[in-house]
Design a protein around this ligand. Sequence first.
Ligand SMILES: [Zn+2]
Ligand SMILES: [Zn+2]
Length: 801
Amino acid sequence: MLPRHRPPEALLASLSAVRGRADRLTHTEHLPAREARHAPWPDTVRPEIVAAALALGVEQPWAHQAEAMKLAKSGQTVVLATGTASGKSLGYLAPVLSDLLDGTEARNGRGATALYLAPTKALAADQRRRAAELAPARVRAALYDGDTPPEEREWVRQYASYVLTNPDMLHRGILPAHPRWASFLKTLKYVVVDECHTYRGVFGSHVAQVLRRLRRLCARYGSTPTFLLASATTADPAATAHRLTGMPAVAVTEDCSPRGPLVFGLWEPPLTENVGEHGAPVRRTATAEAAYLLTDLVESETRTVVFVRSRRAAELVALQAQDQLGRPLADRVAAYRGGYLAEERRALERDLHSGRLLGLASTSALELGVDVSGLDAVLMAGYPGTRASLWQQAGRAGREAQGALAVLIARDDPLDTYLVHHPEALFDTPVEATVLDPDNPHVLAPHLCAAAAELPLTDGDLELFGPSTEALLPILEKRGLLRRRGDGTWYWTRRERAADAVDLRGSGGSPVQIVEAETGRLLGTVDASAAHTSVHTGAVHLHQGRTYLVREFDLDSSVALVERADPPYTTAARDVTSISVLSTDTTVDWGEARLSFGSVEVVNQVVGYLRKRISTGEILGESKLDLPPRTLRTRAVWWSVTEDQLLDATIPFDQLPGAAHAAEHASIGLLPLFATCDRWDIGGVSVPLHPDTGLPTVFVYDGHSGGAGFAERGFRRAAQWLTATRDAIAACECERGCPSCVQSPKCGNGNDPLDKAAAVRLLDVLLAGAPGAEPAAGAAAVDGGGAPVDGSAPVGGGEAP
Ligand SMILES: [Zn+2]
Ligand SMILES: [Zn+2]
């Protein structure tokens, strides 16, 4: 029962031909097909592997795979950065498995070993299966993660030649126990870092330091493994691979796999009758719109996957489409989200391939490690955050010969709205670079402790861990964590395990547990950094479609006690934020205006919350909260304009707070276009008169201690970033500001004041002096500027990240 296949142009035309939908399709892009280019197998690949590949239907590798195989054998760090379904696995597996196979001829049967790292356990499991298909059984591939039973672990350490794990396990389980891994590390020939573009921001910075710890231990055991990285297409993958591994890398980027033509539509859902905060118009949600389009596509027997951003949305889209379809087609639509078992995923893959299943609503869990390529259509309910993921998801559509359809459906926020009206930002712009900052001292410090616990640190290690290391070691000694011995080496002094002090994916502080008061059942957790705003006493908390009220938020025990309730309102926390400049790294003048990058201290206090009627957003009341202020030292980009410029822009002083606040909101919404971050990774503060600059100033800061590299990226791309911000506000069809332009879902000031028109004028005078290109890296450095903040300073809208 294979579905019939219609050309993608016809599909898109039929979607937009439905009455009332004519102007929702804002752009159509036609991407041409690409021919395959093959290359012969390099002689270094063992004939057993070539034969196994042949049995799987691969006669010859594509040219980029062959290139990666050759480079890998030369011992260089290689990053293979090509599209979805371009066979990256074969590119690194062929050389790795060949060498492991050579190793099986050693006397102990394990003359060479390799380590594979994946961001998720599911992906590692899929890769183990793939390795088993390509290599004879005497190459012993084994998973080593939290699920590996203790009795198997010893076997893996002693006998497995290909160990598949994740960075967390390497950090907590393998490196601290390195003596037990001595024979494995001694012969370690390759380290494969798969899906390396997922190692970004603070998580990526941690992983970079874990890899440095691994390299140091290998050197101690006498091995120098070759690092092989696989990545989605990103800008400058070689530089990212260098930052991640600490070693210069060669990139293979020319994708020589074949691709059918792709028709790519940009889609904006309609405005609804509903009104939001301050009477703002509200669009239909991207998920509701996706469900309508999915319904139509399934009706025309088009195999479609919808990518959504949350587990709940996956369930909602599937349910809504099933409702609209009715029987029997409803049975051919399903939801897929993280947490499914391998067998369930296999079954879904099979059903999609066979055509039994026509529609699947999925979180990005499907992006990793599940083979659903060869679909007729892909819908994306909301921009997935980066162009790299966008192409990764769109790449799921299309078989070699036939064309396929991809549609990006905008959510009601400034970034998505901007994108569906600026196709050039998607189609004529290279994918973004992966941002990470391993030198962040908050990231580096715990890894220096962990490294010292693994093997005392020597002066020879300083270079490996980067330029911040030398200054950090004495600080760690002062804190009583490390001690310097007479021979100049640094030791870990505590009894507890140093590696336990840091969770690679954590965001600082122990997470707050959400506990049902009546039953004592643990419903879930929320990050410490988000707890004050989301689970304060009185907050409405949603969990798996059920509504709870927080009865009590106990700071000391990090527990929020909740009870089932059905209030007719939602809650929104109110907070006050002040920010002070600790030091300025770099400043550039944009005419009279100034743009700076440096270190700041952000003090945020949740002071109360609003209750808003669900249906209308009407404010029902406000309650005060007594929560302590929290301090964050981080990195920020900020800009100021002069009083003369305000005069030029005809912004009187009473309009200034609304103008700066609106510009700040929209700029936070647009930064993810330039830095691989999420709107929730960054925060902002706008101040009509800031004590440190003496001028109206807008700050955008990294929401993680010590910074994550996002604000820095904003500084480097400031002209483009703020131009896009200005354009997004100006282009929005609303009258006085809406979620598509200047309103923010996380505003601590209830989106008040906001002045959309004045924000455009403010950005215009700012940008009038901006250079056309990136500010030069060597711009004048300015010291100091760390005047203490006046506690009574008037503070504008604060966006806690
Ligand atoms: Zn608007
Ligand atoms: Zn705000």
